[in-house]
Ligand binder design. Sequence first.
Ligand SMILES: Nc1nc2c(ncn2[C@@H]2O[C@H](COP(=O)(O)OP(=O)(O)OP(=O)(O)O)[C@@H](O)[C@H]2O)c(=O)[nH]1
Ligand SMILES: [Mg+2]
Length: 319
Amino acid sequence: MSLFKRLTKSKKEKENSDDEKKSVAIVGLDGAGKTTIVKRILRSEFILTRPTFGVNIEVYNYRSLEFVVYDLGGQTPLRESLWEKFITSADGLVFVLDSADKDRFELASDEFNRALSYNDKAPILFISNKIDLENAAATDEVLEIIDFGELIRTQRKYNFTRCSALTGAQLFESWDWLTLELCEDEDMPTNNVKIQGYYFFKSEGMEVETTLFGKPKTQSKNVELFKKGRTEIIKFIKQMSGFEIAETLLQVDDKQLVLIKNKQNVIGLVVDELDPAARAVQIAKNLHKKMERSSNNHTAVNIKDLIEKHYPLDFFREK
Ligand SMILES: Nc1nc2c(ncn2[C@@H]2O[C@H](COP(=O)(O)OP(=O)(O)OP(=O)(O)O)[C@@H](O)[C@H]2O)c(=O)[nH]1
Ligand SMILES: [Mg+2]
């Protein structure tokens, strides 16, 4: 998904466009990680945040839609003064819970219900954040306290996800869900991606392999892009060195680079900027599993062969 298209769209283009706008309100108690999530999704790296005193407004483009994200401060006076206005007019609603702040689950539940009472239509993305922390609550623990009854009764579109804004784990797929929900009537991207090449690194930073697909002409065009991609991967590996699992989605020129790190390896897939990134994330995760299995069995496999064999429709074949 091209969340990052907004980076390439000039101000002039924006002023002239009569694109439809969609608004997303992101709420939750103070310190839940709302601003970190928004910054991570829009800038695709981990940035230290300060408490939000009011509202941060961020804009990004996806296909022909312009999204305005209202990241609302979660401290008590702000919840009381600001939330209603922004939530009522939102097309999509994101509620963020600090899954390690168990003492405030009851309060979070009350505030979640209050948020729902201001808007009975918007699809809801519920994010149980900070799963990288040791004392993060499991799904069951969250569901025991947070009341989803209202969503189920009213058959509202919702998605529950556990993620970490710090490592990016699960974050991009869930945001993708919301964006696609809001694009419902738009031209949906196809379900397949075209993988134009991949990177394979050891998790401590050793480069194992970089492979470009396509005809020689396309490959030589992509060489520079792949060089930039490699720099981004090394930055990511350094930043995430303390974590066993980490994910990110980067924009490199007009391509998206999906990076998934597990305990042993880092796989980076390059797809087109308009391809559905959630699909690429899923493929990279499955490739990790297949690589792990083959290394447990001491059999040698090559990522290119795996992609060709298991994802023939996602393999970039130039005519
Ligand atoms: N370990 C960990 N820390 C996180 C994560 N997400 C956010 N944080 C940290 O939690 C703190 C609060 O994050 P913010 O994003 O500022 O929280 P907020 O929800 O915007 O808070 P308000 O603006 O006050 O409503 C910061 O120190 C973040 O670095 C996460 O997934 N894991
Ligand atoms: Mg904030």
